[in-house]
Write a protein that binds this ligand. Structure first.
Ligand SMILES: N[C@@H](CC=O)C(=O)O
Length: 305
């Protein structure tokens, strides 16, 4: 399968029932709505926004299956692959294939966040996961402020490996973005480069093939336009969309932690009439009282509702 992510690739939330179980009916509504937006190329489930690591293995597979059904298998469902060890991550990739995922977003191992990685270890993890499962993989570049951010050599080596076809880049260091992206483009012309800088997308919009973002849950129509403006190198148009979205960006992503953004996304989906409530799983907590009203007001002022 030729996987084309050149456009908007939302990372959907996982809806829950009020009792905390997965709400499969709501998945159908969310997935089919996102797919109906012109310019949406795929959905990445079980990521941060999807509370993927809070789900059991069985739930993860059922969530993948439900999202595949929600889009009639007409656009690729990509699975977040989050397990720490290479063998267990490869097993997770095999599960994802069995559940109908067409690609995987392979997360760095959690220990690397604190301690860093041994040279060559990320390459080995990507290689083993692909060889073992045949699941095409997206290279996930974490922020420069973490110890698991990949240096340029590592990015180039991973992206040269069989099965790696795209990169989700959230480096959050614009010096690195401005100097590394041109090199990666030149060295790996077929690699699809997607930004995930939800809280300040504008700077990155002019160098990318698309976005892979949780933000795609709540403002897919405007983000498709932002991608088009970026590709046309039309700064005034991109800036106007950025400004229009700013109240939403502030209310969803300019919070104490990026994790709260996931709760805020659910409130925004309630305001848009897609979800009935914003139930999340621990360790996420509800937002402060009144946040739901502020988020709805922000969507209103951006002209989204
Ligand atoms: N947008 C965030 C969270 C998504 O996984 C990121 O940069 O990684």
């Amino acid at each position: 399968m030729d996987i084309d992510l050149r456009g908007l690739n939302p990372a959907p939330v996982t809806p829950f029932n009020r009792d905390g179980t997965v709400d499969f009916k709501a998945i159908q509504k969310l997935g089919s709505w996102l797919k109906s937006v012109d310019g949406v190329k795929s959905l990445t489930v079980l990521g941060h926004a999807g509370e993927g690591t809070f789900l059991s293995e069985k739930e993860q597979m059922k969530v993948i299956e439900a999202f595949v059904e929600s889009v009639n298998d007409e656009i690729p469902i990509i699975a977040g692959i989050t397990r720490e060890g290479t063998d267990v991550a490869a097993a997770e990739c095999r599960n994802a294939v069995e559940a109908g995922a067409k690609a995987g977003l392979l997360y760095p191992s959690h220990g690397w966040l604190r301690f860093g990685y041994q040279k060559g270890a990320p390459q080995d993890k990507y290689r083993a996961c692909y060889e073992d499962s045949g699941l095409p993989l997206i290279l996930f570049q974490y922020p420069d402020a973490t110890k698991c951010t990949y240096d340029l050599e590592t990015q180039l080596e991973i992206s040269a490996q069989p099965g790696v076809f795209a990169m989700k880049n959230g480096v959050r260091n614009m010096k690195r973005w401005d100097t590394e992206i041109p090199v990666i483009r030149a060295e790996r012309p077929d690699l699809q480069i997607l930004s995930c800088h939800d809280e300040y997308l504008l700077h990155t919009m002019f160098d990318v093939d698309g976005l892979l973002v949780g933000y795609g849950n709540v403002a897919p129509e405007l983000l498709v336009k932002l991608i088009e403006a970026g590709k046309a190198k039309d700064y005034p148009a991109a800036r106007a969309i950025h400004d229009q979205l700013l109240p939403v960006t502030k209310n969803v992503y300019h919070r104490g932690s990026h994790m709260e953004g996931t709760v805020a996304l659910k409130h925004a989906l309630v305001a848009r009439g897609i979800l009935e409530h914003a139930t999340v799983r621990s360790p996420l907590l509800p937002l402060a009282e009144g946040a739901d009203v502020e988020i709805a007001d922000a969507l209103r002022s951006a002209g989204i509702i």
